[in-house]
Write a new protein. Structure first.
Length: 100
């Protein structure tokens, strides 16, 4: 059953409904977002709350997309390495005489 959880973003309080088992994750995400918004507020000339929220969302979305692309590159590289290793193993097994 959903319960209201109070979160603070740049000194504004919001009540967000979430399941009890999701509470810790919500609080961690709110803290992360608050930190990002405060960082942007310090680097931007007197932005409003809504602008800070949009800038933080864009910043986080960009970071997420970069991480996904990097992860996909790593998966592709790993798949290629595994395919080469499999080929080497199969070649070695073909060249090894089988015991009677």
């Amino acid at each position: 059953m959903s319960e209201p959880v109070s979160i603070k973003l740049i000194d504004r309080e919001f009540l967000v409904a979430c399941e009890p088992e999701e509470r810790d994750g919500l609080l961690e995400a709110a803290s992360f977002l608050d930190t990002r918004m405060r960082k942007l507020r310090g680097a931007t000339r007197s932005p409003g709350f809504d602008r800070l929220a949009v800038l933080a969302a864009m910043d986080i979305a960009h970071e997420l997309l970069e991480l996904r692309a990097k992860q996909q590159t790593q998966v592709t590289t790993l798949a290629g390495n595994l395919a080469r290793l499999r080929h080497k193993l199969e070649t070695a097994m073909e060249q090894t005489p089988s015991p009677l």
